[in-house]
Ligand binder design. Structure first.
Ligand SMILES: Nc1nc2c(ncn2[C@@H]2O[C@H](COP(=O)(O)OP(=O)(O)O)[C@@H](O)[C@H]2O)c(=O)[nH]1
Ligand SMILES: [Mg+2]
Length: 323
């Protein structure tokens, strides 16, 4: 056990990859290892990058990796796809793209897709971030697709949240709907070679103007960065330099105004939530599934022979020894 911890601390890629795989598969031993890793965490600056599919997140991350490496920082990248039950085409494409960093020992790239339970994913993400943290990565970039609660949970593992928008998608409306606006620390308007990027910028500006000042922690109003066309290297590299600088600025802002604690608190709440689900809810559900009770209950419910509240109370009585 301690041997494993030592190896991960030294940045061993094979040990770390295996542990992440075992966590995804829900192996108890892997969870036990996490107990030893947790106290060693807290080094990394975790950055969540979210946006609709095809917004160009992976392309941006690839460029950011290069930009951070130039500054001598080590980087972990975690690509999360909550929509796909398999390691889908998009992530496969990312892997090929990330190949150019594969030889660099300062970069560690993993992808997570939904295997098993949907709820397990957010937990696996938290664990994978911890592992990269213990490996000593200065920066951990987490890519998620911007859809709904699942994704907001994942984003809650981050210190800095970047929302990537593209012109002409009605994204601004989507952003408000998904509550993404509240969690953004930095906006990036990507593919600014496309028509409509100035309009999108104006709309975002107007939206921020309307937001109450209290939504800007210690005066951090989310900057709106434009990212130049990824296919024109000079402009793109320059955009990424500015972006990585803004990311650093945000981290410094959190430290200077004592806000890191708030983020860590938010992260801890999500983590505890996930851990409770895993230790309490999931085993109970697994038992009810295994002995067929869950199916019986669903049948009874469908026939209106009982109600979900009574059933849940019965389950609670049995497993929580409450009341
Ligand atoms: N026109 C244009 N296309 C881009 C730009 N950046 C990325 N793309 C393309 O958009 C597609 C989706 O990019 P990807 O990074 O995989 O998006 P993700 O799904 O958000 O990770 C790819 O075909 C990219 O080549 C850009 O700045 N301009
Ligand atoms: Mg992607």
């Amino acid at each position: 056990m301690m041997e494993k911890v030592k190896k991960i601390k030294s940045g061993d890629v094979r040990t770390a990859s295996r542990l992440i795989r075992h966590l995804e598969d829900g192996m108890a031993e892997a969870r036990a290892t996490m107990k030893h890793l947790f106290p060693l965490t807290g080094h990394s600056h975790v950055i969540g990058i979210t946006g609709s599919p095809g917004a160009g997140k992976s392309t941006l991350i690839d460029g950011l990796v290069e930009s951070f490496r130039k500054k001598g920082k080590t980087v972990g990248v975690l690509a999360v796809d909550p929509t796909s039950p398999f390691t889908g085409g998009a992530i496969l494409g990312d892997r090929i793209r990330m190949q150019r960093h594969a030889e660099d020992p300062g970069v560690f790239v993993r992808s997570l897709a939904t295997r098993g339970s949907l709820g397990g994913l957010a937990k696996a993400v938290g664990d994978a971030i911890h592992i990269m943290d213990v490996m000593g990565k200065d920066i951990v970039l987490v890519e998620t697709v911007g859809t709904g609660q699942q994704e907001v949970d994942i984003i809650n593992h981050s210190h800095t949240v970047i929302v990537v928008l593209i012109p002409g998608m009605g994204d601004e409306i989507q952003a408000i709907k998904a509550g993404i606006l509240e969690i953004a620390d930095i906006f990036v308007i990507n593919k600014s070679d496309r028509e409509g990027s100035s309009k999108l910028r104006r709309e975002l500006m107007a939206m921020l103007d309307m937001a109450p000042l209290s939504s800007f922690p210690a005066g951090w109003r989310p900057p709106i960065l434009k990212c130049d066309n990824a296919f024109e290297p000079d402009g793109f590299v320059k955009s990424l330099e500015i972006m990585s600088q803004t990311i650093d600025d945000h981290y410094q802002h959190l430290i200077k105004h004592d806000l890191l604690g708030t983020r860590v608190h938010r992260k801890s709440a999500v983590e505890l939530n996930e851990a409770i689900k895993c230790s309490v809810l999931e085993p109970v559900l697994a038992k009810l599934v295994a002995n067929g009770e869950l199916e019986c209950m669903i049948e009874k419910l469908s026939k209106k022979e009982t109600d979900p509240y009574t059933l849940a109370e019965e389950i609670a009585k049995r497993y929580l020894k409450a009341k």
